[in-house]
Ligand binder design. Structure first.
Ligand SMILES: NC(=O)C1=CN([C@@H]2O[C@H](COP(=O)(O)OP(=O)(O)OC[C@H]3O[C@@H](n4cnc5c(N)ncnc54)[C@H](OP(=O)(O)O)[C@@H]3O)[C@@H](O)[C@H]2O)C=CC1
Ligand SMILES: Cc1cn([C@H]2C[C@H](O)[C@@H](COP(=O)(O)OP(=O)(O)O[C@H]3O[C@@H](C)C(=O)[C@@H](O)[C@H]3O)O2)c(=O)[nH]c1=O
Ligand SMILES: [Mg+2]
Length: 300
């Protein structure tokens, strides 16, 4: 069998790193990365020609402007990369006749719902990053029906920048770390995201069925406040002989940031499981995997 060519937007970062690792052993998948420095997604007129020249069988849309606080003062650039570029990617995909699997975020919601969000819930981003990611969802959906938009959240991994690495770094020099305890969500390993994206992409390649397409929530199983996530990171790290600190549970008001973040951004992932047969592992299990890789040592 000929390998399918998977075009991935982004050349570095968490999910790109995880996709390269997960596809490495698969002779049915050829990964082609496009992004910086050759292609800048804010240079929107160059995107479609670059994609069409590579003749992919499927597009995995991963690259994004992910600096949540910086986006508040840089919204035009974030909108070009997270919003406008998705219309270009979608139109290129439609001309090629290939599906797009795109990653979006829990930050499209306002966080006021007292329960996990489902796909049909109204959006209402409270910050610039969420607004631009929502614009990207809409632009992609308007450009091609042949897509799966996967909203994930709170991504961590051995690659790139993330909350786990930040906590381990802070614990190197501090005994106590203040972490917000009043924002709840679903920590999600990029390794689990990569595996799931490959399953969803395979399903789209295998059948034109419209029920496989559309919007899906896709996070690690189980919920946490950022303070709970930090405490688990330190528990596992300490058990491996790595850096650890005491977590001081603080309110959001005690950790001021340029961007507002949703109070509750838990996502109900039942639809993905019913339609694609994909359920991500418990966040605690995947946190253990990632912290052990980062810290190195064996558990005590
Ligand atoms: N991180 C998270 O917590 C969450 C992420 N997501 C979504 O998941 C996806 C992957 O996130 P993650 O892996 O964490 O992201 P990273 O920030 O780790 O990586 C983003 C990638 O996008 C690339 N990129 C940024 N700007 C441009 C540009 N102008 N042109 C080309 N490439 C660019 C980056 O390149 P470079 O490194 O060179 O800048 C990098 O390769 C994104 O779509 C994100 O919105 C959804 C929910 C949570
Ligand atoms: C570093 C630090 C953060 N915090 C808080 C700030 C924030 O509310 C929370 C998480 O911090 P971060 O900067 O990692 O959060 P943030 O960059 O907002 O993470 C988000 O990134 C984008 C890309 C997404 O799509 C979201 O799903 C989400 O993962 O923890 C503390 O309370 N104490 C600390 O020492
Ligand atoms: Mg951040």
């Amino acid at each position: 069998m000929m390998a399918h060519r998977y075009l991935v937007t982004g050349t570095e970062g968490q999910v790109v790193g995880a996709l390269l690792e997960k596809a490495a052993g698969r002779d049915d998948i050829e990964i082609v990365l496009i992004g910086l420095p050759e292609l800048d997604l804010s240079d929107t007129t160059k995107i479609a020609p670059a994609i069409e020249a590579l003749k992919p069988d499927v597009i995995l849309s991963v690259a994004a402007y992910t600096a949540v606080d910086a986006a508040e003062t840089d919204e035009a650039l974030a909108l070009a990369i997270n919003g406008t570029a998705l219309g270009e990617i979608g139109r290129a995909a439609a001309r090629l006749g290939v599906p797009v699997v795109h990653l979006s975020t829990d930050y499209v919601f306002d966080g006021e719902k007292p329960a996990p969000y489902v796909e049909t819930d109204p959006t209402g981003p409270v910050g610039a990053y969420g607004r631009t990611k929502l614009a990207g969802e809409l632009a992609l959906a308007a450009a091609t029906p042949d897509h799966a938009i996967l909203r994930t959240a709170w991504v961590y991994s051995p690659f790139g920048k993330n909350f786990v690495k930040t906590m381990l770094r802070l614990a190197e020099t501090r005994d106590r770390v203040g972490v917000v305890a009043d924002q709840i969500g679903n920590p999600t390993s990029a390794l689990d995201i990569a595996e799931a994206m490959l399953v969803v992409a395979g399903n789209l390649l295998a059948a034109p069925d419209p029920t496989l397409r559309g919007l899906f929530h896709m996070t690690g199983t189980g919920e946490a406040a950022w303070a709970d996530f930090a405490a688990e990171i330190f528990r596992v790290s300490a058990a491996c002989g790595g850096p650890s600190a005491e977590v001081e549970r603080i309110p959001t008001s005690a950790y001021p940031t340029p961007a507002r973040r949703p109070t509750n951004s838990r996502l109900d992932c039942g639809k993905l499981e019913r339609v694609h047969g994909v359920r991500l592992p418990a966040w605690t299990e995947s946190t253990e995997v990632v912290v052990r890789r980062l810290v190195g040592g064996q558990p005590a």
